[in-house]
Design a protein around this ligand. Structure first.
Ligand code: GDP
Length: 480
């Protein structure tokens, strides 16, 4: 890769901290001349003579003009993130100063870095494999404990190490099978077919769970989609507000292209949840009935977890119809709201005012409802009162349980690109197995093995093309 060699000659610079005012900002410089470029504008210790991993106080100067007082941290190749000579300049955190310093560096021999270029160099210089490079991006974007854990696991080697090991064994087999081809007509078999079959099965045993983990991994990264479904007036928006206020962690209201996709996200116990179709929930109840059902179905389709909310036998029956034929992979939580109206709450301790006291009216409602509803208590459902907060902690626990029954702490695939290549790998492995079963000739086997190797290699970066690299690293922001 010639392009690579050229890149490594050039010295690049970029802000490593986000735009805006802060106590400090950091500017990264990396490349063959990084120390020389910084040395040209830094007045303080002579950087050319300074040791790796040392910090120096001084001023940055544009001729006689002092641009800022800074700390310069020095990393000598190969002991840096990019493995090149690198300098990090900590300056005062103003966009103006950062711009001035970048201008100064560019005038003195550096150029502005492309998005992800630091990480790309780190990858090209063997700091880590491609899965890990991509995990750097995920780690920075992680906004919940679970997505952070997943990204960190991948950064530390995660599944790519495992795949690399098996790939190496497969390469060995591929070469044995291809050696057989060299012998042409002679009926030789260097690659033991039973051993090959066993290796393919071992590989499939690693690849398949990774493929299956993708849905879960994606949910962890993007947020587990949750739908709150119920008839008008059962308390959906009240519940939504309680959940959102419960944790003061309303992250965003993402407005999409249509109001259909307005979503709220909340983080419970380190897991991010995405409430589907917040717009539909918040809408007043005068929606045309058929539209309400249609909308509910769409929300359910998108959800991994469905909360069925009802407050009476009638509203329960309405849900039963909707719940029929629901994809069995979805986690369903039945929740009965407004229990404050139905069962008298345990009376608050004398003198306490933190629980609403229910009067004869509530007791009357209880009586009426019991008659109308029959023995509602037999419907197994979580009992809550969105209005008083009763049962909300239990609902939170239930939501967490619903997602944590899935893969646990093992490795999880979160990246669409990895997922695709894992699928292709498995297809190729199945083709090898079929071939072995039918006793096909070595050249057919070799072809499918090569294909599996190719896709495995694309995941870990053992096989890379410039297009692929550009595609991956251009998604990073500048300075990473
Ligand atoms: P939605 O149409 O399903 O979104 O229902 P809302 O959240 O708008 O609630 C409908 C009505 O029920 C409102 O007047 C709420 O104050 C009331 N409500 C919601 N939850 C409870 C509850 O737990 N107990 C009582 N008593 N009223 C509730």
């Amino acid at each position: 890769m010639n392009k690579t060699a050229i890149y490594q000659q050039e010295t690049i610079c970029a802000p490593a901290t986000p735009q805006g005012t802060g106590a400090i900002a950091v500017i990264r410089v990396s490349g063959a001349d990084a120390i020389a470029v910084a040395g040209r504008v830094f007045k303080g210790r002579n950087l050319a003579e300074a040791d790796s991993h040392t910090v120096h106080f001084g001023t940055l100067r544009d001729g006689d003009r002092i641009v800022d007082e800074v700390l310069v941290t020095l990393f000598r190749s190969p002991r840096s993130f990019t493995k090149e000579d690198s300098v990090e300049i900590s300056c005062h955190g103003s966009d103006f100063i950062v711009r001035e310093i970048l201008k100064l560096l560019v005038r003195n021999g550096a150029r502005l870095a492309a998005p992800g270029e630091f990480t790309q160099r780190a990858f090209l210089n063997g700091q880590f494999d491609l899965v890990q490079a991509e995990a750097v991006a995920d780690l920075i974007a992680a906004d919940s404990e679970a997505s952070h854990r997943t990204a960190l696991n991948q950064l530390r080697g995660g599944f790519s190490r495992q795949l690399s090991g098996l790939r190496a064994q497969l390469i060995h087999f591929a070469s044995l099978v291809e050696l057989e081809l060299d012998f042409g007509e002679e009926d030789v078999e260097f690659a033991g077919r039973d051993d090959l079959k066993q290796l393919i099965l071992d590989l499939k045993a690693v690849v398949s769970p990774l493929i299956e983990s993708f849905d879960f991994g994606n949910a962890m990264k993007e947020g587990v989609p949750v739908a709150i479904i119920g008839s008008p007036n059962v308390g959906k928006s009240t519940l939504l507000n309680v959940l959102l206020n419960e944790e003061k962690a309303i992250v965003t209201s993402i407005a999409g292209t249509t109001r259909d996709v307005i979503e709220d996200t909340l983080v419970l116990g380190g897991v991010k949840f995405r409430i589907i179709d917040t717009a539909g929930i918040r809408e007043t109840s005068d929606v045309v009935e058929s539209m309400g059902i249609e909308r509910s179905r769409r929300a359910m389709e998108k959800a991994d977890v469905v909360i069925f909310l009802f407050d009476s036998e009638d509203t329960f029956r309405e849900l039963e119809g909707l719940a029929e034929g629901l994809d069995s992979k979805k986690k369903v939580v039945w929740v009965r709201n407004k229990v404050d109206l139905i069962s008298p709450l345990p009376r608050a301790a004398p003198g306490s005012t933190d629980r609403p006291q229910f009067t004869g009216i509530a007791d009357k409602v209880l009586e009426d409802k019991s008659k109308a509803v029959g023995d509602m208590a037999v419907i197994p459902a979580l009992r809550i009162s969105a209005a008083t907060g009763l049962g909300i902690p239990e609902l939170r626990e239930t939501l967490l349980d619903a997602v944590q029954q899935t893969p646990g702490s093992r490795t999880v695939v979160t990246n669409m690109r990895h997922y695709e290549h894992l699928l292709r790998t498995r297809e190729a492995l199945d083709a090898v197995l079929d071939g072995l079963g039918m006793g096909v000739t070595g050249d057919f086997l070799a072809q499918d093995i090569r294909l599996a190797l190719h896709h495995l290699g694309e995941i870990t970066g053992a096989i890379v093309t410039d297009d692929l690299l550009d595609n991956i690293f251009s998604k990073f922001c500048i300075g990473k």
